[in-house]
Design a protein around this ligand. Structure first.
Ligand code: FAD
Ligand code: SF4
Ligand code: SF4
Length: 499
């Protein structure tokens, strides 16, 4: 193994990046086990050596939860993984999840100086290595909980935004109760992101830690139906409420045949499988019509998850996308993993009709063949129909066109300002909504975004919720009222990207 002392900064920059080994594609499509195998000790230390310990580390600015990246990497290099784990935990409550699913290429790694001449330091892989080591060695993760303040805060939703807010508020001594509509916690990390990218036990261990810290979880509690925000604030003794309900309402295509049997939104398809175990019907009671020939509409990351899930359930799977591969919004790595897994891609194909049989089951898809126009002023090439069409047979269709915010809470809380897309409007600095004592964060205020952006916002909001409940909230609030105002975007220097 190379010793750091033997290497100059120049030599370290020249060292090749350590990539993680992957399960072989032919084998991995037969199961739901995680695809990347993780670093060995040797690979982790060798990768840590590539970090040149910048005096002004841009990578920290690229991380929405501002992990002290050079500090934890140095500890890995020195062989002190326990110390590295502690360093990461100072800033990030969900490191094992973030190391796996963060779009690092758009965030911390996008600005790593080593990446200017070659490949950036594999910060996400190292974070994953440290978090996995921490779990496998059963290192003590329980933080020191401060004295109770007597203030009670309700968190609605148990996705990354809700869990991070719960952690941060608990660490400030407040009583925290999380209300979750489903029967278990984790949000999209559990019922959207597939197990072969994010194993379930990782989320469960973090939920358990929160419970051990004293956070209470009330499941099967739809706020807006069973209890309202007013109930919590006026009758149940809560001092503040944090809305972290995500963006789980699928956008529809609006074409003929959308209501046929065998047609699903990506959300419904993935939730049936990963939350309700429909692939084990009748052992579990939720059914799923999983056909043999599956068509998936869209080429974003969620579409890749659906394609790869369908493949693992034995279907022949085809992706239909109206633009070309170059414009596909999925991360390159996810697109490549899908291609390795023998998934068919029909680019420049725009579905115009889902065709049903006499029993209203889907039996085919009609698509317009598209071509790309010259780039317009924005530099984007628009897909335009060529006039040609084709029909493919299929018995399951899943469409993945993004999601809007679910209106349940908003409908039950008329004082909340929302924009014309239903996104909850908040004050840019404090995350306070237009209703007194109610804060919001995560996908509910951005529209579909990322785990780490939801967490970054929750961390920030927790500071202001603390100020609010302790009586030091003296801020001029500016909550937009114009329905054309877009959802909030991460205001950090680099990480503007949505998924
Ligand atoms: P969510 O995770 O959506 O959690 C919201 C929670 O609130 C849910 O548990 C919901 O049941 C609950 N809830 C909703 N309404 C109520 C109510 N009225 N009362 C009580 N509870 C309620 N991001 C990445 O960074 N990397 C990825 O690889 C990635 N892959 C993705 C794959 C898929 C298939 C999808 C759909 C998304 C993916 N994302 C990914 C996006 C990421 O998961 C979200 O941006 C993130 O989960 C948002 O966090 P959140 O806490 O705001 O909301
Ligand atoms: Fe990078 Fe995400 Fe880890 Fe931050 S949490 S260091 S953005 S991988
Ligand atoms: Fe290390 Fe890259 Fe961060 Fe510099 S920018 S400290 S090289 S990870």
């Amino acid at each position: 193994m190379t010793n750091k002392k033997d290497l100059s900064a120049k030599e370290r920059i020249k060292k090749p990046r350590n990539e993680m080994l992957l399960h072989d594609a032919k084998e991995r499509i037969k199961h739901f086990e995680e695809v990347p195998l993780g670093y060995t000790w040797e690979a982790a230390r060798d990768e840590a050596i590539r970090c040149i310990q910048c005096k002004k580390p841009l990578c920290i600015e690229g991380c929405p939860v501002t992990i002290d990246i050079p500090a934890f990497i140095k500890l890995v290099e020195e062989g002190n993984v326990n110390g590295a784990a502690g360093k990461i935990r100072e800033a990030n409550f969900l490191p094992a999840a973030c190391g796996r699913v963060c779009p690092q290429d758009k965030q911390c790694e996008a600005v790593c100086v080593v990446g200017k001449k070659g490949n950036p330091v594999a910060i996400g892989n190292l974070e994953r290595f440290v978090a996995d080591f921490e779990r496998s060695e059963n290192l003590n993760r329980m933080p020191k909980i401060p004295k109770k303040t007597g203030k009670k805060i309700g968190v609605i939703g148990s996705g990354p935004a809700g869990l991070t807010a719960a952690y941060e508020l608990c660490m400030k001594g407040h009583e925290v109760i999380v209300f979750e509509a489903f029967h278990r916690g984790g949000g999209v990390m559990v019922y959207g992101i597939p197990r072969f990218r994010l194993p379930l036990d990782i989320i469960d261990e973090d939920l358990k830690l929160l419970e051990e810290m004293g956070v209470k979880f009330y499941y099967n509690m739809i706020i807006g139906k069973i209890l309202t925000i007013d109930d919590l604030l006026e009758n149940e003794g809560f001092n503040a409420v944090y809305i972290a309900t995500g963006a789980g309402l699928p956008k529809m295509l609006g074409i003929s045949g959308e209501n046929l049997n065998g047609v699903y939104s990506a959300n419904e398809y993935l939730t049936r499988i990963y939350l309700m175990h429909a692939n084990h019907f009748p052992e579990y009671t939720t059914p799923l019509f999983q056909g043999k020939k599956m068509a998936v509409i869209g080429a974003g990351n969620t579409a890749m998850d659906v394609l790869r899930t369908g493949k693992r359930l034995g279907a022949e799977v085809t992706c239909y996308y109206r633009r070309s591969r170059e414009e596909a919004p999925a991360r390159t790595e996810e697109l490549e993993h899908a291609e390795q897994e023998f998934i068919n891609f029909k680019f420049l194909s725009n579905p115009v009709e889902f065709i049903g049989d006499t029993n209203n089951f889907v039996k085919g898809i009609r698509c317009a063949v598209m071509e790309l126009s010259e780039p317009d002023e924005s530099g984007r090439r628009k897909p335009i129909p060529t006039g040609e069409e084709f029909i493919d047979e299929c018995d399951t269709i899943v469409f993945s066109l993004g999601c809007n915010v679910n209106p349940i809470i908003v409908d039950a809380t008329p004082e909340l300002h929302v924009n014309k897309w239903g996104i909850v409007m908040v004050d840019n600095k404090t995350f306070h909504t237009s209703k007194k004592g109610v804060f919001a964060g995560g996908d509910a205020i951005t529209g579909g975004s990322t785990v780490i952006l939801a967490m970054g916002q929750a961390k920030n909001a927790a500071k202001y919720i603390h100020d609010y409940v302790t009586g030091s909230f003296n801020y001029e609030l500016e909550v937009p009222t114009d329905p054309n105002t877009p959802g909030i975007e991460w205001s950090g220097r680099f990480a503007k990207g949505k998924r």
